[in-house]
Design a protein around this ligand. Structure first.
Ligand code: EPU
Length: 418
């Protein structure tokens, strides 16, 4: 296992290019199972989760090749497999995105039930409820979801709660179902819009992606996909915080601005400065951030995937802020690690009260999940002295070349075996 060793206390100054979005790339890769032929997906980030998804598609019989960096070809002509095994699903929950596509492709699917994970229980009842409404027969056996349906039939589905991958699974299933499907109370995340665009350019008929009601008119087949994945809004937000927390100045070449309104709004309230230039968005800070409170929510609310990083910024703010997590019941594990660096945080359930301290000091800490790792990297960049972050495999699931990108902006970061 690797660890990152960061010598903090230096302002980050330089340019950053944002990679393709992990949470858009994963469903789009899965959507290739709805086709028979050579799918070509571009701007795919080189990440551990993407490699796991490639492995799953290969196990299902797809032939995958990466003809050039960040492009992947997925030939699904002979993808005859129907099973997403426990060993893969346990390392990446997003494997459950194969359920809808496998079911429409083969009339059956066998997908391991993902268990709980570090940040919460994360059931998938809404995925199953939606597929049942489309006519699938679903059984649970030996830890596996067994789904059967000769051909799915369009239906009106009222989601009990907003779920991102649940909405994606149902969009993919409904694309090849017979007749019309309406998903109400759908998730509105930009990654869902990206998936719908990839499918629509291949012949699907999806309307309303990005809104709470999505209408899908089923078609008999779609062509192989050719799509370039949207830039990662969470990676962009993370680098904005990196500029702010180190009182530096980063020029972000290609941020997906239209999806960053809420994040940028909160960072501006905290005193970060933003300037659009021909080279990109310049984010800078001269002094310690002001305290700003946030409540996470489904898009267009403040993303849960930026909560931990924002907390790192608030840990060095000039006042007290309240951070409330409403999406996952256990996404506050970074608080105890932040305290090891000198942060002053009290947690009560899903609410954290952060009293900003002027200085954080380096210490050994442990990453517990992907965004918690990003939070610790940010805090380490601001802390005086050396921080060793262990278990950075979490970070490698979702941030492409992060050590290289940080080093290019002047951070002193070293990766070493633990
Ligand atoms: N939920 C249910 N039943 C369901 C589905 C969800 O109760 O059938 C609950 C979950 O337990 C959670 C809430 O609904 O409390 C929202 O979960 P959602 O299904 O939206 O999360 P997800 O689809 O599993 C995706 C991202 C996450 C991101 C969340 C929320 C992907 C591959 N993952 O997960 O990304 O936090 O949406 O925006 O798109 C990350 O990148 O670090 C990450 C965890």
């Amino acid at each position: 296992m690797d660890q990152l060793v960061i010598e903090g206390g230096r302002p980050l100054v330089g340019n950053v290019k944002i990679s393709g979005s992990k949470n858009a790339a994963l469903p789009i890769m899965c959507a290739s199972l709805l086709t028979s032929g050579r799918n070509r997906i571009h701007n795919v980030p080189d990440l551990r989760d993407v490699r796991t998804m490639t492995k799953l598609l290969t196990m299902l019989g797809a032939e995958t090749a990466a003809p050039q960096t960040n492009s992947i070809t997925i030939d699904t002509s002979n993808a005859e497999g129907i099973e997403a095994p426990y060993d893969l699903v346990k390392t990446m929950r997003a494997s459950v995105l194969a359920l809808g596509p496998l079911l429409v492709r083969h009339g059956q699917a066998r997908v391991s039930l993902p268990g709980g994970c570090a940040i919460g229980e994360r059931p998938i009842d809404q995925h199953l409820k939606g597929l049942s409404a489309l006519g699938a027969k679903i059984d649970l056996d030996g830890g596996y979801i067994m789904a059967h349906a000769k051909r799915l039939k369009g239906a009106a589905i009222d989601m009990d709660l907003v779920t991102v991958t649940g909405t994606e699974n149902l969009i993919m299933a409904a694309t090849l179902a017979k007749g019309e499907t309406i998903i109400r109370n759908a998730a509105r995340e930009p990654e869902i819009v990206d998936l719908a665009q990839a499918l629509n350019s291949a012949g699907a008929r999806i309307e309303g992606a990005g809104e709470a009601v999505i209408r899908i008119r089923g078609v008999d087949e779609i062509m192989p996909l050719e799509h370039s994945v949207m830039p990662d809004r969470i990676e962009a937000g993370t680098f904005m915080v990196a500029a702010g927390i180190t009182k530096g100045e980063l020029c972000i070449a290609n941020p997906p601005l239209e999806h960053l309104t809420v994040i940028i709004g909160k960072l501006k309230e905290a005193g970060l400065r933003f300037q659009q230039t021909p080279k990109g968005l310049v984010v800078s800070a001269r002094r310690a951030p002001r305290a700003v409170s946030i409540i996470t929510g489904p898009y267009p609310g403040f993303p849960t995937d930026m909560q931990a990083q924002f907390m790192a910024l608030m840990a060095v703010s000039t006042g007290s802020s309240v951070i409330q997590e409403t999406i996952f019941e256990n996404r506050m594990m970074h608080t105890s690690e932040l305290r090891r660096l000198g942060a002053n945080i009290e947690v009560n359930g899903s609410v954290a009260v952060v009293s900003g301290s002027r200085h954080l000091t380096g210490a050994p800490v442990m990453a517990t999940d992907l965004r918690a790792s990003a939070c610790l990297v940010l805090a380490a960049l601001a802390a005086e002295g050396q921080t060793k972050i262990s278990r950075v495999y979490h970070l490698d699931r979702g941030y492409e070349y992060i050590d290289r990108k940080l080093s290019q902006a002047g951070a002193v970061v070293k990766r070493q075996a633990e």
